[in-house]
Design a protein around this ligand. Sequence first.
Ligand code: OOG
Ligand code: NI
Length: 462
Amino acid sequence: MPGAFVSTDRIRSLFTDAMSQMYRTEVPQYGALIELVGEVNAEVLAKDRGLSERLRRAGELERIDVERHGAIRLGTEEELFTIRRLFAVMGMQPVGYYDLSVAGVPVHSTCFRPIGEAALNVNPFRVFTSLLRLELIEEEELRAEAADILAKRQIYTPRAIKLIEQHEKAGGLTEAEAAEFVAEALETFRWHGEATVSAETYKRLHDAHRLIADVVSFKGPHINHLTPRTLDIDEVQRRMPERGITPKAVIEGPPRRNCDILLRQTSFKALEEPIAFTGEAGTRSGTHTARFGEIEQRGVALTAKGRALYDRLLASVRGEVQVGASGAKAGDYDAELAERFKALPDSWEELRREGLAFFHYSATPEGIAARGELPSDPDALIAKGYLRFDPIIYEDFLPVSAAGIFQSNLGTDQQQNYATRSNRDVFEEALGADVQDELALYDERQAASLDMAMEKLGLSSL
Ligand code: OOG
Ligand code: NI
């Protein structure tokens, strides 16, 4: 009886909440970051009544503190195939393909996220999901050994698999099944302090690449960070040290602007955690560095044209100023970033007029009242206040930023370059589906909003 099913949005929200609770308990420093973010958000809202009112009207105020994304790293094609089915239970679909091997990280990735506007409004939680590319391990013996170790593990509980199948068969889950599903799914993301390999194997994997050790040595793909939303990322970054939190050297992405674009993010350095290795002589203790906390601030989604400009400006800054391992030149980098990004218009109207960003259009009450005597051109309608446009928020990730987040948490001596081609077809085959094109999704939303607005104004859409 389909009526008895709970929405995938609800399951996603239950899951986000459960993950948040678990991660806070597992990583105390993450709890400290959450507190800091909450404080800064409250200060911003108290100072900026306009913003506070806008967020309240959009229904965002009460979920400002809910995490916006997390990340995992998988080891095998089967794991990726099943994670797609698991995320589908929560209304999350694969969007975008990210090849991180170009940045010296032996993975390729996608983002599982809700795609419909209504679902995004309820809870936009996403998971950046990477698949290890074992073929990038040069040493044949080690590659075979890693594949062997991974083939033996089962990262999903039998009950989770049953509930995924139930969802697929019946088309949904009941409230009781959903609660059980969330508890079972959570097991896949849990941290395990016991490695499944010996200290010696761990070291060899680690020598090949730290990330390989992180993926191969454990029972499952522990969530490696969660990321709440901040209303002032620069301020949180600045205050982190006061709380004993060490931030990465620079904020990834675009500089601070009047009109936020894309995604700005920063993280604290991954913690060194005690782990136990298996071995003939019983267990041996050691440490592993994987888990961290991150914050994000999102802005408008850019069109292909806007994105090309963004990529070009960012590349020019990075070509000019290389930030050192210990943060040397971070100030120069920030200054250069701000300077060069002056070439990207910083008003909503210019971004719209020049086709650099995506907007959601709506008919104003004045426009609806004036039906029948309106110009048909959107620009003219906007100029007269009959049509309004609001930024469509960027819901995806940025490969250069993601590489920066990865790198800062892998240590700095690991800059490796892989001479490989990106391998999207192989990724999609393992996934069992094509990843959706993010630009097409934004474009559809923009077009649909304009159609709807024009209809309300009694004008046929262009
Ligand atoms: C994922 C890093 C990418 C982001 O926010 O760009 C990411 C990872 O370290 O596994 O989460
Ligand atoms: Ni992240």
